[in-house]
Design a protein around this ligand. Structure first.
Ligand code: DGJ
Length: 712
């Protein structure tokens, strides 16, 4: 059970989740909302005692701006830590002075919410600090709503972060985060924090391959995989974002973040409001994997599905990209579909290359009609064939983009981001449509809506193959054209929300040249994401491991592709490629026409084996049993909620001769129960599996293993 309570006497609020507590209170002078506690469970009396403590232990420190931790820091006065909010009022005043205005506690949107309202003492600016908690989760959702409460003169918002997460005072911390690049996304990285600032951000208009808006912090070196306190956060925003992790010399650590303010002033007109994206956070005391599991459960219950209805299991999909690239036509796709169906594929996705003029990446983007040469009978005969084969049909689109060589660009050269007298920088021969423009957003919606209305398409792979540059909007000069940085993503969300509402059952895969758009914001309107264009199973282990630190395996599309891999040239055994891809939502992306019959038959068996463990991988509890950071074998375990069934996947990397991995100790089982291997019939005691371990085969180079155990 969770609860939100208010103590009138101390003017404090206590948010209780199943395993954590969060406390805040109005400062004695009513000018700010103090942060009082985020960590293990405490009671209302404890919080009252915390609130009664003086704001800071040395008056000298306060005088120099080493202020007490605050829930939403406004710039102004003696405050020099990273602010949550900075604005310009119409008369040139730039400092904010808050006064506490009131609060509301409510049951809404499936959770309990607390809204604390602040108002500027003299100017018509209001801020609502919003918190939402759930009965079944330790995740606290936070965001803020800014309001222009007057009828005169705009307020320019220079910096507005969704939430300020304050951690207990301590001097040494470890930060874990996800960084990378194209083909090497979501690399789990750690750094020791010392006084100073550590900034993670994207200024690219999308989430980015380079950094992901997620963090995990523990007191230096105290959290292991399964034990220890961890504070973690994730931002629900797919545009430019920023997280500032600041440790002051006095040992105050806070993480604040939200929209990236770079080049992004946002003008708030009289009466208007700006709702900042959710910045979710959670405290756990079951180590790093405990935090990952909590994020996964939260996403299953509150982002992708609801507590009463989990998201449906992801189908095994086939994707044509690495098989046919741009050489898509009815014949090649029909043949691929037939082979895919024989292997047990449930969703057949035609990737790039299907639309008018799309012979290469140089032309066609924007013209979302099937190419008459490649599909002289249109898309429907192929879709019908796919459905007859027992599969659903999906299609690739990249709606935010245009090639200069397209009908769309010839008709609307002004629809792309650009500045007068500046080049329109192309990447992959394409330009970005200014989705901040309502007319462009409307057109994008209409063209994709037409596509899914005219054809029985139940899945869209929504790609975005470049970042935004020259984000100009000349027609709006002087009227806050910079708001397009924010409105691009808001309009994208609106388009996806509308399409999904109007076409029930339409599923989305978020892709951005691989893993450039993976975050909590897109996950509330996309069933799955494409984590990387790197499909080499060996490289993929680290990408998927980092991904699953923050995001649920059910959302992680993983293809089995050809050997040698088209990108890295590495040759890997078929079972290894499958076993690595089984760690998420399995797909196949190879050129099946070139796979020998024996391999296709083996692949069909592996697909069947995956289907048997699919609910465990997609809904189960993750245990990271072994990591390539520590040795030559990586292994993950997926345990059913009721503990009755589990799957173990293990993958070897090249190993030196004579290195023996020994046994793999499983976790979370019933020591007194017995578990049977579904393939061999062998029965093991739970105690033995946990404390001695599952015997590992010698493990040759790029060996792998799937074990499915069922409690007997
Ligand atoms: C980038 C994606 O990540 C690939 O999977 C593929 O869809 C290409 N774009 C198509 O252009």
């Amino acid at each position: 059970m969770s609860s939100v309570s208010y103590d009138e006497q101390s003017r404090t609020w206590l948010l209780r989740t199943p395993n954590s507590a969060y406390g805040l209170g109005v400062s004695a002078d009513g000018t700010s909302v103090r942060h009082l506690h985020w960590g293990g469970p405490i009671g209302q009396a404890d919080l009252r005692a915390l609130a009664a403590e003086a704001p800071d232990d040395t008056a000298v420190r306060v005088a120099w701006g080493e202020e007490d931790p605050a829930e939403f820091t406004a710039w102004g006065g003696l405050r020099y830590d990273e602010p949550s909010l900075k604005v310009d009022f119409a008369d040139g005043t730039r400092a904010i002075e808050w006064r506490y205005h009131g609060h509301r506690i409510a049951e809404e949107d499936g959770g309990r919410t607390l809204t604390v309202e602040l108002r500027d003492r003299s100017y018509p600016l209001g801020a609502e600090l919003c918190y939402r908690i759930f009965d079944d989760s330790d995740v606290i959702e936070r965001w803020a709503r800014l309001r222009h409460l007057g009828d005169d003169g705009p307020i320019v918002v220079r910096q507005a972060y969704s939430a300020n997460w304050c951690l207990p005072r301590d001097q040494a911390w470890r930060l874990r985060y996800l960084q990378g690049g194209h083909l090497v996304e979501t690399q789990l990285t750690e750094t020791a924090l010392r006084p100073g600032k550590f900034v993670l951000e994207s200024r690219r208009g999308i989430t980015s391959h380079q950094a992901n808006p997620w963090f995990a912090l523990d007191r230096a070196g105290t959290a292991t995989e399964e034990a220890g306190e961890v504070w973690s956060g994730a931002l629900a925003w797919s545009g430019s974002w920023k997280l500032v992790v600041e440790l002051t010399p006095a040992g105050n650590l806070h993480v604040t973040g939200g929209y990236n303010e770079f080049d992004s002033p946002f003008t708030l007109a009289p009466g208007a409001e700006l709702v900042l994206p959710v910045f979710a956070g959670m405290y756990g005391n079951h180590g790093m994997v405990g935090v990952s599991r909590e994020w996964h459960a939260y996403q299953l219950g509150h982002v992708l599905g609801s507590p009463s209805q989990r998201p449906p299991l992801r189908p095994v999909l086939y994707n044509s990209w690495e098989a046919t690239y741009f050489n898509v036509d009815e014949r090649s796709q029909t043949r691929l579909a037939e082979l895919a169906a024989e292997m047990g594929v449930e969703l057949f996705v035609v990737d790039d290359g299907w639309f008018t003029g799309r012979a290469s990446d140089r032309a066609g983007l924007g013209d979302w009609v099937a190419d008459p040469v490649k599909f002289p009978r249109g898309l429907d005969p192929l879709i019908e064939r796919v459905e007859k084969l027992g599969m659903r049909f999906g299609l690739w689109v990249e709606p935010e983009m245009v090639n200069a060589d397209s009908m769309l660009y010839r008709d609307h050269p002004d629809w792309v981001y650009h500045f007068p007298n500046r080049r329109r920088t192309e990447k992959r021969n394409q330009l970005v449509l200014n989705l901040g423009r309502p007319d462009v957003a409307e057109w994008v919606h209409a063209s994709i809506d037409r596509l899914v209305s005219e054809h029985p398409i139940s899945f869209l792979k929504w790609d975005m193959n470049r970042h935004i540059s020259e984000a100009g909007w000349p027609a709006e000069t002087g009227r806050n054209p910079e708001r397009a940085w924010i409105d691009h993503t808001r309009h994208l969300y609106e388009i996806l929300d509308r399409l999904r509402a109007d076409h029930p059952g339409l599923e989305i895969e978020s892709c951005s040249g691989g893993g450039g758009r993976v975050d909590l914001g897109i996950l509330s309107r996309a069933e799955q994401t494409w984590p990387s264009d790197n499909t080499d199973a060996s490289d993929r282990i680290a990408i998927q491991d980092g991904y699953a630190h923050a995001y649920a395996p059910i959302t992680m599309t993983c293809w089995v592709t050809d050997s040698p891999n088209p990108i890295t040239g590495r040759r890997l055994p078929l079972p290894y490629r499958f076993h690595v891809a089984m760690a998420g939502a399995l797909g196949i992306g190879g050129d099946l026409l070139a796979w020998p019959e024996g391999e296709r038959a083996a692949a069909a068996d592996l697909v069947a084996a995956y289907k048997a463990i699919r609910p465990l991988v997609q809904y189960g509890r993750l245990y990271r049993l072994a990591s390539l950071r520590d040795g030559t074998v990586a292994a993950s375990q997926y345990l059913a909620d009721d503990g009755a069934e589990l799957a173990v996947l293990a993958w070897w990397r090249p190993r030196s001769f004579g290195v023996w991995a020994g046994r793999l100790r499983l976790a979370g089982l019933d020591a007194a129960a017995r578990y049977q291997d579904a393939a061999t019939g062998e029965v093991y005691g739970g105690g033995l599996l946990m404390h001695s371990g599952l015997p590992l085969p010698t493990g040759l180079e790029y060996d792998s293993m799937l074990v499915h155990l069922i409690r007997v």
